[in-house]
Design a protein around this ligand. Structure first.
Ligand code: IVH
Length: 676
């Protein structure tokens, strides 16, 4: 890579980090999880160490936290509030100790004693006490300057306003963590992603009466400026803090040797799910203040302390219940309801157990202590059960042999292709007869790739079902809007928006119509194939009368499984009624047999941004119907870039560089005399 390219990559990463910081620190609304954030930070630091010419005032190697918000007066910390280096495994800890030994010019004979303090994941604060009185309280800010949040801090019961103990220093900054307990967080869970954000948000209220409403806690663990402190060890200081009236972490310990640190780490990690506050690691500090002083600091953090972080993608919790969810195709999916646990900044309270076989294989039971993994956007799942912690009275989980929604028998189908029984157990009811399946089918019907009815979300489907407004998909097109207008949460405007969304989707291409019916094994791709073969809704519906299902075998890509599924769809009376009613209420556009010499023959397109009144799927079909094709990268092979609302700037710039023709949605539609 050339220097220019490296600088470009570096600056982009810095820009992204600055933006994420703003969301996190100013708006208390993180845009990515901690893991992604940490990776970005690490990437920047790696680039800086490889290429010494890279520098930015916004680099994490320069800034400690984030600049204070404008809502509060800024005050300099008398002693900076630094951060800690991170360790993730035993190797990191060995290295940490080795560096200390080298620095002190000691062989390993010196057995170091550590103060091991579970690291509460909250917001740090520095409290100045003069002659025993709490005077000023600051947030950490950027480490040098904090925000004056004294009034808000005064609302916290754990913060003593006056300390009378004779040995309390005459002037000292007591530092610690403000946080919110997990059970108090539950009440705020729909406003904040995790307890840390909730604490930060409440602490930064302009009006301290608002802060007072939130039960914030304070745990003290260190000091900044001090005058008159006569103590030689961190463990002693923690003891004194308690005597002076501060709360300290009940799980603090003094420990010698890395192996014992590791033992304590896994004990606490296992307890993590049952604690009533969030911790994201353990802080180890050299216990002896004399040694701390000798070791001193490197730029932003002390040499004498390190944070041993818990994994950002897994955690231990307890299964409180196992619920069975029923999907659109009748599949019964077991879901573990777990004691909420913070994994990488996201509070997890559900974990999928996949299917019956998985439960049997791992012998997962209600009450078990389990390891939960949450990686990227994948649904959290149970990795393993800690059998040592299992209650002796616990019983095996019996998977229901009847559908919990409609009572029909549940079965595991035989798969003729794999010649094995399916892992998934299904409800044998015929679709709309089972309440849960019917609701899921309607959700599918209105979804993006099917009818794409804007604003008709999952909650509305559930609500309308409960109120008997929509029991079958066709009812969507005969809704009594005067009834909806009177419902809680609805008004004239929202009803008129809904009506507009529904009315504008009364014409639909055949392929999306077939897909919307939710026939098992007929996804969008198969629906397209069938649509291209049958061409009209009439031909599709007449499959029921002519029973010419086997003709479909001529379609490349359609096999016996799909045909059997279509057959059983047409054998069901409710499905036929849905089809007939829909036929009267909406218009299904015939498929156009694809021309190879269409208007866009040999032309490639790319879409960026949101199109008006048209989904991506629809735009793609339009292009393909006219013999064009879609590609996913801006390259010399691209002929047209179509831009919608909020396009990706990078793509536009790349297209400009390559002199690729850029079209607005209107210009593109004009190409074949269409208006949106
Ligand atoms: S000592 C220089 N002790 O962790 C010493 N910090 O990345 C730094 N934290 O900003 C502070 N528990 O918010 C210390 N027992 C503990 C802690 C702790 C949590 C937080 C604190 C700090 C961050 C360091």
């Amino acid at each position: 890579m050339t220097r220019k390219k490296i600088e470009k990559e570096y600056n982009e990463k810095i820009k992204k980090l600055t933006k994420l910081n703003r969301f996190y620190f100013e708006k208390n609304n993180p845009k990515v999880d901690d893991r992604e954030y940490d990776t970005l930070k690490k990437d920047i630091l790696n680039l800086e160490s490889r290429y010494s010419y890279l520098r930015s005032k916004n680099s994490p190697s320069v800034i400690v936290g984030y600049k204070p918000s404008k809502n509060f007066r800024k005050v300099s910390h008398r002693v900076p509030m630094l951060s800690l280096a991170n360790a993730f495994d035993q190797d990191d800890l060995n290295n940490f100790e080795k560096k200390i030994m080298n620095y002190l010019n000691q062989t390993n004979r010196l057995e170091v004693e550590y103060s091991a303090e579970p690291k509460i994941d909250g917001i740090s604060a520095s409290l100045s006490y003069k002659n025993g009185n709490f005077i000023t309280g600051l947030s950490r800010g950027d480490g040098k300057e904090g925000e004056d949040i004294t009034e808000n801090l005064k609302t916290i019961n754990d913060i003593p306003q006056k300390i009378l103990s004779r040995d309390f220093p005459s002037d000292i900054d007591i530092r610690g963590e403000i946080f919110i307990q997990n059970n108090d967080f539950k009440k705020l869970a729909d406003k904040f992603a995790n307890p840390r954000n909730a604490a930060s948000g409440s602490l930064r209220q302009k009006n301290s009466l608002e802060t007072k409403k939130i039960p914030l806690k304070f745990i003290a663990y260190t000091f900044g400026y001090e005058k008159g402190l006569k103590i030689t060890k961190q463990s002693e200081f923690l003891k004194k803090l308690k005597e002076w009236g501060f709360k300290t972490n009940p799980l603090n310990k003094t420990i010698k040797g890395i192996e014992n640190l590791m033992k304590n780490y896994s004990e606490i990690e296992n307890k993590r799910g049952s604690l009533d506050f969030d911790i994201d690691g353990i802080v180890y500090k050299i216990n002896d203040f004399k040694l701390q002083k000798r070791l001193g600091y490197i730029t932003n953090s002390p040499r004498w302390a390190i944070a041993h972080k818990f994994s950002a993608n897994n955690g231990v919790s307890k299964i409180e219940n196992i619920e069975i969810q029923i999907g659109r195709t009748g599949a019964l999916t077991p879901v573990a309801k777990i004691k909420p646990i913070n994994i990488g900044g996201v509070v997890v309270s559900n974990a999928t157990l996949h299917n019956e076989e998985e439960i049997i294989r791992k012998d997962i039971r209600i009450g078990d202590t389990v390891l939960i993994e949450r990686a990227g956007d994948v649904i959290p799942h149970v990795v393993s059960v800690d059998l040592k912690l299992r209650n002796k009275e616990s019983k095996k989980f019996i998977f229901p042999s009847e559908c919990p929604s409609c009572g029909s028998k549940t079965i595991k189908e035989y798969n003729f292709i794999t010649k094995k029984e399916d892992a998934v157990r299904r409800c044998t009811s015929e679709g709309f007869e089972c309440e849960k399946i019917a609701i899921e089918k309607i959700k599918h019907f209105v979804s993006k790739e099917a009818f794409n009815i804007d604003g008709f979300g999952k909650k509305i489907v559930e609500n309308f079902w409960r109120l008997n407004l929509v029991k079958l998909p066709q009812s969507i097109f005969t809704l009594d809007y005067s009834v909806i207008e009177k419902l809680d949460g609805w008004g004239k405007q929202s009803v008129s928006n809904l009506k507009y969304s529904i009315d504008s989707k009364k014409t639909i291409p055949l392929e999306r119509f077939i897909f919307a019916l939710g026939i098992r094994h007929i996804g969008l791709e198969n629906a397209k194939l069938i649509s291209k073969h049958l061409l009209s809704k009439k031909n599709f519906i007449s499959l029921a009368e002519t029973q010419k299902f086997n003709d479909l075998i001529n379609i490349d890509g359609i096999g016996e499984t799909q045909i059997n599924s279509i057959k059983s769809f047409f054998a069901n009376k409710t499905n036929l009624k849905v089809l007939n009613d829909l036929s009267r209420l909406i218009k299904v556009k015939d498929a156009i047999s694809v021309k190879n010499n269409g208007l866009f023959s040999n032309k490639t397109f790319m879409l960026t941004g949101k199109l008006e009144g048209m989904s991506r799927a629809e735009a793609k079909s339009l292009i393909e119907e006219n013999s064009g094709s879609i590609i996913s990268n801006v390259s010399k092979k691209l002929d047209y870039l179509i831009i919608g609302e909020k396009p990706t700037k990078r793509k536009i710039e790349a297209a400009k560089d390559l002199k690729i023709k850029i079209l607005s949605q209107v210009e593109w539609l004009k190409m074949f005399n269409k208006t949106s």
